[in-house]
Ligand binder design. Sequence first.
Ligand code: S3P
Length: 427
Amino acid sequence: MQAVINKVPYLKGETEVAPDKSISHRTVILSALAKGRSRVKNFLEAEDTLSSCSCLQALGLTIQKQDIDLVIDSPGINGLQEPDRVLDCGNSGTTMRMLAGLLAGRPFMTVLSGDSSLNRRPMQRIISPLSMMGAKFMARSSNYPPLAVQGGQLQGIEYHMPVSSAQVKSALLLAGLQAEGVTTVYEDQSSRDHTERMLTAMGAQVEMQPGQVRVIPGAILSPQDWEVPGDISSAAFLLVAATIVPNSEVLIKSVGVNPTRDGILEVLKQMGARITVQNARTVAGEPVADLLVQSAPLKAMEIQGTIIPRLIDELPVIAVAMAAAEGVSVVRDAAELRVKETDRIAAVCSQLDRMGVAIEATPDGFVVDGSKSHLQGAAVDSFGDHRIAMSLAVAGLIADQTTYINNAEAVNISYPGFWDTILSLSR
Ligand code: S3P
């Protein structure tokens, strides 16, 4: 599908945003551990999270929609069955990496595969520590999916993650719960902690300290009633759009503002954005708030170091904010962007360059000169990456002439209502 975007005079109104993708994945994957019925309010029905559902169904869970809730029946971790076919993780790295951790402790063989993007993403980062725990893996070039997992009896380990990754950390916690002995994972920079919070709610013994998380196996986990907040990574597109489109005022309701995910708020505020956090509350163990955004002129900013994992998925749309800001902005320490759904450094730089942005790629980030950028519509491509599609759409909202985004259906991976929300706010 091709999306056609024109400059808009304003964005105005009140909106909810897509439910959180990371938490939605975890509701189905973690529910597999607990025998009985779990329920999920506000589950994200998008391609990525539906991939998690279909994989868990093949392993023996029953997942149904009842009214607006998702109802999950699990036979418990010991009741999971060996699937008789390859499990399709679609485009979802979270599904593949977390399932590899779950299946590392199961006494059977599973093959995990994905679409052409996922099958190009590195898996050595989970293969290596899970192999140390005792699981066996086969993968193309020992790194790329399809990934065959032969699970079995595991031993707890102490593991220092070479890159900060919530997917790797979560895989190790899921394996650690099934291992003999304690598993401790060390990370230099804190990544999102939804798995730790959710496992704790289920009754698991998880100890969190700055820079490390430890899981002590043995507790019987109980099914939960989950409620998923709005996704700050999806809200990010609206936050940037309502900031850079003049005359805008948008209230985004019920957004998850977990401190391991809220780097975008910090950065946009430092750049000069007018964002007010209202009605802060806790929903099912996660901090949630409404975010009021009003247009504002932006100034350049340098981003690097420990904040990077707190806004890693938002960097493509932050590049758009930088294009609209006065001065030279720099992003460093973000080489992980090169191994996301696409090489996001290459994608963002090549496509924003087509739209008149003065942007240059570096090995671990990019440099944007907002003062020398004048956004113009162009024919651009998402390369099948949902966050690239939505970032280019936000750029198109302030560009002169029309922007044509190819492979725009990619938004269905995480935010199927994105186009409707933009339309309704610009009416
Ligand atoms: C995610 C973790 C991050 C993030 C991804 C979702 C998760 O990936 O980029 O979109 O749900 O755990 P890494 O763990 O590879 O950093």
